[in-house]
Write a protein that binds this ligand. Sequence first.
Ligand code: GDP
Ligand code: MN
Length: 327
Amino acid sequence: LKQENVADSPSDQRFHQDDTPQGPEKIKAALVSLVRNTDLHGMRQTIRQIEDRFNHKFNYPYIFLNDVPFTDEFKKGVQDLTKSEVTFGTLDSESWGYPPWIDQAKAQDVLDKADYINGKSKSYKFMCRFQSGYIYKHPLLSELDFYWRIEPDVKYYCDLDYDPFKYMKDNGYKYGWNMAPNEYMKTIPTLWNTTKNFMKDNPELIPKKNLLEFTTENGEYNGCHFWTNFEIVDLSFYRSKEYKAYFDYLDKSGGFFYERWGDAPVHTLAVAMFLQKSQVKYFGDVGYYHPAMGFCPKDSNKLGKCVCDPHKEDEFNYGCRKRWDLV
Ligand code: GDP
Ligand code: MN
């Protein structure tokens, strides 16, 4: 063996003192967003903060998905802000559009009559269905074990000095969240009944130890939902036979179109049915704002550099945060 080859041997640890012999453990994870070309400037604002607060140290790649091709302006605009790898993808017609069993005239009638936010938007419904059942199946995500979903126009208030993907992996967490408001029930009149029917039809898929207490009061859905515009997920959860069965069941019922089911209550009810509390991580240290509301960690002095007012944006102001501690 020639001397200069010795250092290349994978078992040579001289240059990897803190790591495994193979080098640092690389988690297959990415920051992922379904986003419109018109959201370029909002997305740039988000990326600037993700980079400053976290990713300049970790260099996780970004994946952007769109129902139409990204413009060169969008691509350049986001790439200019990061040295990480950035990839862009479009969607196939199965994942974006009406599935064949949907009565499109009826769906149109529902759009025409809706009197709640985003109720008249067909694309909003395609978006919710895509985020519920297709995003993790996209070919660009096929090698990923974890994703962190990001959205345009949000604020990350605090430095994140550790790797949340590694934290989740090391501690067996499947789902991570940071805000949990109450759902507007007009958008999901039959979601809970459909979910109950699913549980009745598939009792073997529902573990005894679950989190239904978080979402259920007096036998009804209480509207508590993780706000999915931020979520960090072990994708084996969405790829599980339980989640697949649940999404397919909901999709067949047509509620993404005959009502306006959001991916947030869908993800949340799946977490509630299939996971237990020790598998779900509340990221209370990720100070965060998405248009309409945000929260500032109470002990932000201890938690490092946050730029927000914990009195104005108390995490306990919003919906179901208190309930989380009780279940
Ligand atoms: P809200 O958070 O419920 O108000 O919904 P948003 O309008 O923020 O949409 C959620 C995410 O989906 C954002 O990242 C949007 O850019 C994206 N999105 C929404 N509608 C569309 C669409 O028609 N096409 C694409 N490509 N992305 C969309
Ligand atoms: Mn949004």
